[in-house]
Design a protein around this ligand. Structure first.
Ligand SMILES: *Cc1c(COP(=O)(O)O)cnc(C)c1O
Length: 380
């Protein structure tokens, strides 16, 4: 296996789930989003660990992601959060995935396919209360719920919305979340007034789990918190969580360079003094974005060192300083639970930790699972 690898600390994942469960009412159902290969951590080991740690169900973005879990023997409820093509509906029904209902066309297609396969498909109604992405308008919710309930092959087992600024402490944003929740509550009232049970009611992503107990309802959908990060740097309150992914590599070259020596493409960095330059076998093709240099620091032997010069496709360079005693083959941590987190990396790149862990290319960077005996040997 190559030097560059992503260690996935499943013990941290379990601990994060326990801490989230402790922060909400004990009756609240926990649905863990494992979309995008579990934010880059590996969907199957993460899903299995999450269920063992007390998660009740899972959520994915696409039918394919749900099928991958089913093929691995995972038989819990799997919500499909995104809208697929009509061609994907036979798969949703056949694999017993739980789609989000956003409009009548989806209801009709699901009803037809479920009848064809002789199945009852459990669905969740998705209400757009201000995210502006997918879902019916709040005032359409009751009619759409009735439409679902009229169908013998469909079951309305949940009603959901998604909050767009629940991670923001700004007063204006807090008001917006309050407005979204009011619209959602009103939609629920209309559904109930029509004599329909909305099923499991859910609205909370990580931001709302932390800051809006009034948004927990029957079920929560904690994503980034489970993977060990706060949803935003300026969240006023937090649930203590520990990063799960540790991206590490090794120094494959350690060389002394003279003052005035240029490093990497474009010779954007020139040594101001005689120094020691280390080379790491990781680059933007692995998911270490080119715009992280200058700015990125990596951890070696308990200290941090700057990446200097442009990040190449497969390699990058670190200034170890003039008096370095660090040896070739030493371990280097790009980010993880230690001195540098994916949040720190995100700040340098002008993005969020979600994008940093998702970007680690799983065709090139092997995931190595530790922390849970059953998966320690499991590699991809
Ligand atoms: C991704 C996603 C979540 C999880 O969001 P986090 O900010 O990672 O907690 C919850 N709900 C929906 C609909 C999502 O798409």
């Amino acid at each position: 296996m190559r030097a560059t690898r992503a260690i996935i600390h499943l013990d941290n994942l379990s601990q994060n789930i326990s801490r989230i469960k402790k922060a909400v009412h004990e009756k609240v159902t926990v649905c863990i989003p494992v979309k995008a290969d579990a934010y880059g951590h590996g969907a199957i080991p993460v899903a299995k660990t999450a269920l063992e740690a007390g998660a009740d169900c899972l959520a994915v973005a696409t039918a394919d992601e749900g099928i991958e879990l089913r093929k691995a023997g995972i038989d819990c409820i799997i919500l499909v959060l995104g809208i697929g093509l009509p061609e994907e509906i036979p798969l949703i029904v056949g694999y017993g995935l739980t789609p989000m209902i956003t409009d009548r066309e989806v209801v009709a297609a699901l009803q037809l396919e479920s009848a064809l396969q002789g199945r009852r498909t459990s669905c969740h109604l998705k209400v757009d209360t201000g995210m502006g992405r997918i879902g019916c308008l709040p005032e359409e919710a009751a009619d759409l719920a009735a439409e679902i309930c009229r169908n013998r092959n469909l079951v309305l087992s949940g009603t959901a919305t998604h909050l767009s600024v629940s991670d923001s402490p700004l007063q204006d944003d807090e008001h917006y979340t309050t407005t979204q929740l009011a619209r959602f509550t009103q939609a629920l009232e209309h559904i109930r007034a029509a004599g329909i049970d909305p099923g499991l009611v859910h609205a909370s992503n990580s931001g709302a789990i932390i800051s809006r107990p009034d948004a927990h309802f029957d079920m929560i959908r904690p994503g980034i918190l489970v993977y060990g990060y706060q949803p935003s740097a300026d969240c006023p309150t937090r649930i203590p969580v520990t990063p799960v992914m540790e991206l590490e590599t090794r120094l494959v070259s350690v060389r002394s360079l003279r003052a005035g020596s240029a490093v990497s493409y474009g010779r954007t960095w020139v040594a101001g003094q005689d120094t020691v330059i280390g080379t790491l076998p990781i680059g933007y093709a692995d998911g270490l974005h080119r715009n992280l240099s200058p700015g990125l620091k990596v951890e070696i032997c308990g200290d941090t060192y700057p990446v200097v010069g442009r990040i190449c496709m497969d390699q990058c360079m670190v200034d170890l300083g003039p008096h370095s005693r660090i040896k070739r083959w030493e371990k280097v941590t790009i980010f993880g639970p230690g001195l540098v987190s994916a949040s720190d990396v995100a700040r340098v790149a002008g993005t969020i930790p979600y994008e940093i862990t998702c970007a680690i290319n799983n065709r090139r960077v092997p995931r190595v699972y530790t922390g849970t005996p059953a998966y320690t040997a499991e590699k991809r």
